[in-house]
Design a protein. Structure first.
Lengths: 360, 360, 360, 360
């Protein structure tokens, strides 16, 4: 039980269903003295919001965030921060059909089996709308990490369906990522991806992809072996996002084919610092950050809601047909980029504070 | 801090370094009334122990387990269970060279930077010897799940280096897995893998691979969204194992190329039960078990210790050469199989107990 | 850090300052299927609200509660429940004087020293207004315990200043408690108490007292030794309430004078049940409920805000005088009764769910 | 479940029954770099051990402590520390009578009801022998606090039965406490107490008392409102000790009779520091340490084992008689002093590390 909190020291607890009163988050353990404005939080949320381009869902939610506690005169006070986005009213009759059946690959069936009841309006708690709470909380962590430690977190779309980009992780910039609506920093491949998503959308279908996340300037020493290794917590963070089916740190699955003599990252001296000449490890050794860039990959499956007729089962255990509503995201990747950013920020922030407790 | 515990309700805390007094684990929250013998625990440990075949490290540790609390007259009492394996003495002078430098891709550097001190004898706390504590604890969970819920956990080697097996997950059996020393249930591919590991060993090198884990008969309803999703906790569990670089649930990275119309798993009725006709989801929907088989894949990189000269840096920040000791595991996969089993058992057990608190 | 959560399985996280946007609570881990109305929650809050009688603070806050998530069509869904009471606007200039100094025995000084910043409006996070979040959450636990287990929680005022009532714990009823505004079920002593509080109020002073809490029909077996003993968690719960300086379970401090031959509670058979013929233990043996009534006592000091001139220090470290605002509670006890109820309910509920995970 | 851990950042998990293999503790989150010897740990344990004087139990256990992990070359490494004391063999037949019945005011009945099984040898897990694990862990915290922050923790016996000492908390010293076998720093009252315990012992009975704990030089700022207030965590720590029935911080129960005008502690300037001229608060304001001395009182009931015939019930639900073994502690207070010390040290240490995560 009680699975709605994440983090040990910078701890967030989210709440809210797709069409309940609000989606929100309490951040407990945020350091005092951080200057933060509503605009800074909203800016990250706007990267996640629906309707931001013709390849995202046309639902027009503003996702306006409210600060209800923990920030006084523009500064965090060290007390719990409550951030809320109120939901728009949902018409109950809109769900008269959906409430009677289990949509394929949605959580309708498992929620009903687990809890004996489900809020069937727009997926309820299982809706990806919950991720706005993560992005809101993550925006404060992201700002703190940037301003205090110069830590930079950059996520981008590396693959959509079968279309893959080969991005240089060391030179990639936020500008390049934000230059197009698919958030792939290779502008040429981005066009192919967009075109492919347009086809998928036209077909009433959906498609998945891969997001890469790069974190720069992480100090040496973050991560708490043997279970709360930095990579293990990053993995859990990403795997807790809706639709995620895979996570790789460093060389990942491809790396298993390299013998140790090739995969090992030799230590070298560089400008007086201990560095490694390669980085198959992905910036983490023994679960602790090494000072090299951290990079990981996150696999998102295609969204389950499609505009095609599908076979399924209803509450009476009859085999029936269902057709999704027309306003789904054909490809969730561009909107998931700020969510991956946020989860990375939350993990790094939490581990930074945990590590601080250790050092004199 | 305090990163050495795993689980919420069936909670384990491990301790011990490679060459300290002992490696151990306290299990807190184990249900009372489970019959368990030392032999049953030792049996799982023997699958993990060094020296079990010519392709594992020739170090001869017996890994004999001792029960020091929590089990009375062969039955768990509901109080914390302490399991210990005492270490053999290490000669300090054996480490005179290694203590002065950072072995490539080992945790020597990050541990020293994080803590300001490190136990340099055989990797200290970062040694994979710690996983024996996980296997010991997991053996009790595994037994409980099998006897009370008929849950079966089967892990096996699916890939070694570039050599891949294509195993039918539904028919694979423990016997087939244990029939060869590489623990790949395809006996023909297993021979190729063994032969490849022999070559790697002869070259003083090491190689990685992929372990598949299949869990059968999991009841519907396990998993605590939105953060403690069953897949997220499985991912964290696996990513906390030494050398793991990737985790996939269900269709994983390959699945991102499938449009929703192909990836969605249609619900059907089968013998009066709600089932799905495909299982790209990997047995988990919305973070909650669906009743279908759970399956995942875990990527292990090659072990860092190799018998070749490598470039590195010493404590004086001089660039030097290092050559590993000769007794490493050329391929850790066969010994990692029971560790993956154990982590899966620990996650399922913990979530089963968490879910029990919810149901009337 | 992260000290704003309470409970392990039925876990609450509160937020909000006296004059921020709202005071609220997320309940994570509430069982699904509990019918609960806004009125039932509001009813408990009304017992705590200011202005309910002439011996409480005349501040007129309505403390209207809102449900923003986790309850659908009047039933809990098993997802996190967000309950909020919006605050009324505070005029910043009202605090121009107070923000420059540290009120004696308030948390002004320690909050500023700890966090480097404080929300000085009405004590900020240190305000007892936070307890409304506890009462709101506790009301759901209380209802569940009553309806499912027939557990009855009754708190009442046993002492105000030097005036003590001697109440029979076995016959006391909610009606007797609610019959007067001081919430002491001895109607004669209650009058004396009220009269004394009127004097204290007229003098611009404040006074403390003791609340007794009795819990009936607790099943045998709740409590998780050796640290999360039922009495230890009850103690922590009560000691976390503003102004509490002491906690006793069973015979408490007076009991230390009894030799074992008198203090031991002999087991007897009564109507086929194992019972004890006395109950010095207070219904808990070895940290686990015994089935006898649980009873404890909670000491509240006088509230710190008084309408008298007091010596103190300001932010410039000058010794100055301060006089409290005129609208304080002369005696917080009657309003603290529902808070004690709530904390008892939260502890029992959490331990009931924790214990459920153990039993087959 | 999982109630055998205490602390958030400096976290201990204890294990072991009275007559199982060992009693032990894992400390997770201990800072690296603390020099600690076996002798320093053993020294604290010797204050707790049985047989140390003629007024404690004559059982002769040496309680020899062993370090099995986390300390390398005499220095903590930041990894989990396992401390163990092996138990002496118990003869099972010694318990043939006791295993069939429930000793009055012991945990025999509640353990059996909760878990369905109990280790009946010497109270099993409910034995106060478990507190040696707390003392062992506390000794490291105590040393760290003393050496790094000059924090001094002094506990002593203030009351035995009806005999009370009035000790000046500001001048009391460890020497005065250790000067007699009852650990009351008033040497004259101590003699009375010892004489009284001798009478109690001769009568085959037992008696309780009160331990005072004083903590000096605690920095301002420790404590995490609103639930993990320093006083709330101190209270839980003490209430989790066997036989404890009450806890007071600062003015406690007696303080409720003081009006605010007398109870409030005025702030003053003293040698350039903000101080208070009285300390009814007990060194904690709003749950956060104020820099004044922290003091609290802990009530211990008489031990349940007495050498007199008592009425009770057996496993067949028959009313029977029982007589305790002859080797009980007539008064547990002198041996409980180091346990109270240890729990105070563990709480302060944990909160010090938690607070460190907050400050830049």
């Amino acid at each position: 039980m009680s699975g709605n909190s994440f983090g040990h020291t910078f701890k967030i607890t989210t709440c809210g269903e797709s069409h309940g009163g609000a989606v929100g988050v309490i951040i407990d353990g945020c350091p005092a003295g951080i200057k933060i404005t509503l605009d800074e939080i909203q800016h990250e949320l706007d990267r996640r919001k629906p309707g931001q381009s013709h390849i995202t869902t046309p639902r027009s939610e503003t996702d306006t965030i409210h600060i209800l506690s923990g920030i006084f005169e523009g500064v965090t006070t060290g007390t719990p921060i409550l951030l809320l986005a109120y939901n728009k009213d949902a018409r109950s009759q809109d769900y008269d059909e959906l409430k009677k059946l289990f949509r394929p690959s949605h959580a309708d069936y498992t929620y009903l089996m687990k809890y004996g009841i489900r809020d069937y309006r727009g997926s309820g708690r299982a809706s990806a709308r919950e991720t706005l709470a993560r992005v809101a909380a993550g925006s404060i962590a992201k700002k703190y990490l940037k301003e205090n430690l110069n830590i930079e977190i950059l996520s981008y779309v590396e693959q959509v369906g079968h279309i893959k980009a080969d991005i240089d992780m060391q030179s990639v910039s936020l500008n390049a990522i934000e230059e197009n609506i698919i958030r792939c920093p290779d502008q040429k491949i981005a066009k192919e991806m967009i075109s492919y998503v347009e086809q998928i959308k036209a077909a009433g279908d959906s498609i998945g992809g891969v997001i890469r996340c790069v974190v720069r300037n992480v100090p040496v020493g973050l991560g708490e072996p043997v279970f709360d290794k930095l990579n293990a917590d990053l993995g859990k963070a990403m795997l807790s996002i809706n639709a995620v089916k895979g996570f790789e740190i460093g060389s990942g699955f491809a790396g298993v084919e390299l013998p140790g003599s090739q995969h090992n990252d030799p230590f070298i001296m560089q400008n007086g610092n201990v560095r490694t000449s390669s980085n198959y490890a992905g910036g983490i050794l023994g679960g602790i950050s090494s000072g090299e860039d951290i990079y990981c990959r996150v696999a998102f499956k295609s969204v389950s809601t499609i505009n095609k007729e599908q076979a399924t089962v209803n509450l009476k255990n009859e085999e029936v047909k269902v057709r999704g509503e027309g306003r789904h995201d054909p490809c969730v990747l561009p909107r998931a980029v700020p969510v991956v950013d946020a989860m990375a920020a939350l993990v790094i922030m939490d581990h930074y504070l945990r590590h601080k407790a250790r050092i004199s």
